[in-house]
Design a protein around this ligand. Sequence first.
Ligand SMILES: C[S@@+](CC[C@H](N)C(=O)[O-])C[C@H]1O[C@@H](n2cnc3c(N)ncnc32)[C@H](O)[C@@H]1O
Length: 477
Amino acid sequence: MAKRECLLDSDGMTLPQLPCSYDNIDTYTTDLCHFLATPLVRQITGGIHANDALIYNAWEALPREWTEWLSAWPHHRLAQQDLIDSIGEEHESGTIYCEVQSQLARRRPESLTDWLATMKMLALPRTQRPSPTITLPEVLADRMQPKKLAEVSTAAAYIRDICQKKGITRIVDMGSGQGYLSITLAYLFPSLRCLSIDGSESQVAGSQAFATSLGIPDNRLRQVVQWIDGSSALASMIEDWAQGESCMLVGLHACGNLSEHMLRYFAAVPCIEALAVVGCCYNHIIPRSPANPAGFPISTALRKHNVTLSATALMTGCQAPNNWARVDSGCSLEQTSVFSKRRLYRAILEKLLHDRGFRPYAKDETKPVLGIRKQDTASFTSFARRAMRCLNIADDELSATELKSYEQRYADHEGQIAILWTFSVLCCKVVESLVALDRYWFLKEQEGEAIDIIPIFDVSISPRNLMIVSEKACSEK
Ligand SMILES: C[S@@+](CC[C@H](N)C(=O)[O-])C[C@H]1O[C@@H](n2cnc3c(N)ncnc32)[C@H](O)[C@@H]1O
């Protein structure tokens, strides 16, 4: 196999590592956009949401040979596992089947196998790229969960190396949260000056308390509460703070469109010489619309493809089914049914509300979180009663008999709803690849250099592991 990291684009710039079947980023972009626009993908990523599956007969809308094969499994969780394994990274182990299940797995319809293979082929590589890490001292490490510790140890080493290479002395950490990254940088590298910015007062208060406990002086770490919205006032504030020195803009799990704002600050603020941002919470991305012309996609390249992602598709980008507890590694089929029961009950509720003409949702049909607790899933009646309270529907509007009859009518649909949900979640990697590609193209259009999409963390610990990086061309100072 060719060494992908060494591929060049038409401008002679090194390309990010593409899926192994691609050596041309234009072809890859076209194929990925095309796949996400196919009717089947659009259907399962929001055309028919799993919550509305019973209203619109989503199961019947899937290819017949797929549903027949999926229904043949002794338990839907085994079928789900087969689907999930088929999009796993190469190093991830497959399901351990008994003989009957192995036979079923082998009889998977070719059209489904091809569809899953296409999805896998179109996903950006996620296997962690070897990179240096820093062993953090106990005073830092003890404050972090293992996941955060692993992320900060790797990100801090990457940032240190870029700063050394480019003579950068200042770090701007956007969406800094509890400040783990900027505090680590300020504590370990006294020559660096850090500015951490977060919109949450409580997060910044926690971060300030942590920095104070470590005795980090104010001149090495400034912490600001500010909502980042792309304003030019923030750009000026960064310029003033930098006092003419070069900065690197960093963000660890910068939610939704915060990552997009960061890319724009990188492009617009002259003192920012390098960027490293890991995104997350794609459901907080705001799609482009007449009311929000700066929304997703942000690159001209993807806008030309008329790319759109529904709210459900963006939500699937936050999922990591390959990290779910496996049925063959101690997670019993009964345990998993708690999740599928919740989904079944939600779908029955939507069907009932639809049939009875209730329209309890906002104008844009956004479905609220219903505040369901574990005890509410004991039966559909308790689930529905709790949901009705949340939706301001009085108990006497839907009788106990009616609730019971809907529960009985759809009791055997649990597996179908669970599998429909799994289908949408399977799209997580292609959705996330598209978001990353949009960011790559935006940076390219802004004449960023050394643009890369680095799988920087261990994906089995940190599913959101793609770091988008870029530098600016060396300026003649
Ligand atoms: C997922 S947390 C990550 C925190 C931190 N970077 C870390 O890795 O531990 C995202 C943080 O970004 C902040 N945030 C999200 N959007 C923001 C925005 N537009 N402006 C300012 N802060 C934002 C949230 O308050 C939250 O603290």
